[in-house]
Ligand binder design. Structure first.
Ligand code: MUC
Ligand code: MG
Length: 379
């Protein structure tokens, strides 16, 4: 049965975070995401999510630009096309809409969700089937205060929710950051692992000093320490130090993955569905890493449960997801917008059961948190 793409709606959703999330380039108190809802002619539907972090301080897209790109450019390209031909729809979108990866990812995810629901298959099955029923899930310590972070890590360990901790650094001096990481690493000890994400804040000389100090502390992973364009600097760090170096912001899809892999400029890829431009391009990034012997980590754009469920469907199909995931986005938010929350337990996040991405928003929550609704209520 044909399933023509009949309607594409987008909603900006603003949900407060449980505490300030202090990154090198922004302090988040709210996470804003775009939910894309696609309706097909046979009555089926699909959901997807596009997100960014800290407005435009993390990358080239904001939620406002994601929504505008979908409404004005992606949707007009797709309306009337066959929703069962995702490869054709994505090829046309890529031709008509350059960049705007999170916008494209939101709609592409909704197409996969719709196809899965119609077929009665999960998105993981559409991508070859699950290898994992659950994956390790890291937590980001980013309160801005070392003792608060230690207390938070203790709670996570005690509740068996997380034992891999990513520390957001790069806002203070390298020396102060090393002292901060050292305090937390000593407190966590052998009970977990410590990783850091600098979000491009360091110069190469900062990064050399930082990499040396971090590996002495026992930190196992150094994420995107230098600006995304400086692939040579990333490679110098990968070659020069024992600590594993992870590429994040530099990976804006398969072509970047190919460049970083060809230069062997990183040891690990943080794979992000939004940054890659969708589930299929993220699968290509993963394929390049696997072929190059580069490690894999399931990254997040701090998506809500919806985008996290979609990413989980893909990551669950990858045998070598050896660095685990950081799909903790929903846990950083004060409220859950899914009808049925993802399950977090025993240091893992579980792949949701059910067709498509295995998740959908609760309509009351969506009504409550959608930005346009909040405006009209306040007006
Ligand atoms: C990033 O840069 O990886 C992931 C976890 C977190 O706290 O922020 C993100 C973004
Ligand atoms: Mg990162």
């Amino acid at each position: 049965m044909t399933a023509t793409i009949d309607r594409i709606e987008t909603f900006i959703v603003d949900i407060p975070t449980i505490r300030g999330h202090v990154l090198s380039m922004a302090t988040m108190k709210t996470q804003s995401v775009v939910l894309a809802h696609v309706r097909f002619s046979d009555g089926s539907e699909g959901w997807g999510e596009g997100a960014s972090i800290g407005g435009l301080s993390y990358g080239p897209e904001s939620v406002e630009s994601i929504k505008a790109a979908i409404d004005s450019y992606v949707a007009p390209v797709l309306l009337g096309l066959d929703g069962n031909r995702i490869a054709a729809a994505s090829a046309l979108t890529a031709r008509m809409v350059k960049g705007n990866h999170a916008a494209r990812a939101a709609v592409e995810t909704a197409l996969w969700d719709g196809l899965g629901r119609r077929a009665g298959l999960s998105v993981a099955q559409l991508f070859g089937g699950r290898v994992h029923d659950r994956l390790p899930v890291a937590w980001t310590l980013a309160s801005g205060n070392s003792q608060t972070d230690i207390d938070e890590a203790e709670r996570m360990l005690e509740n068996r929710r997380h034992r891999d901790f990513k520390l957001k650094i790069g806002k203070r001096s390298v020396k102060d950051d090393l002292a901060h990481v050292g305090l937390i690493a000593r407190a966590v000890g052998d009970r977990g692992t410590i990783r850091v994400d600098v979000n491009q804040a360091w110069s190469l000389s900062d990064a050399r000093y930082g990499a040396r100090g971090l590996q002495e502390i026992g930190c196992v992973l150094l994420e995107q320490p230098v600006v995304r364009d400086r692939v040579g600097d990333l490679k110098a760090l990968t070659d020069g130090y024992e600590i594993a170096v992870m590429a994040d912001e530099v990976l804006q899809g398969p072509a970047d993955a190919m460049r970083v892999a060809a230069e062997r400029a990183a040891d690990v890829f943080a794979v992000k569905v939004c940054q890659s431009g969708g589930l299929a391009p993220a699968a290509e990034v993963i394929a390049i890493a696997r072929a190059a012997g580069i490690g894999l980590y399931g990254g997040t754009m701090l998506e809500s449960g919806l985008g996290s469920a979609a990413a989980l469907q893909l990551f669950a199909t990858v045998p070598e997801m050896t660095w685990g995931t950081e799909l903790f986005g929903p846990l950083l938010l004060v409220d859950e917008i899914l009808a049925a929350p993802l399950r977090y337990d025993d240091f893992s996040v579980y792949v949701p059961e059910g067709a498509g991405i295995g998740a959908e928003p609760d309509s009351d929550k969506l009504d409550f948190y959608r930005r346009d609704r909040a405006r009209s209520v306040g007006a």
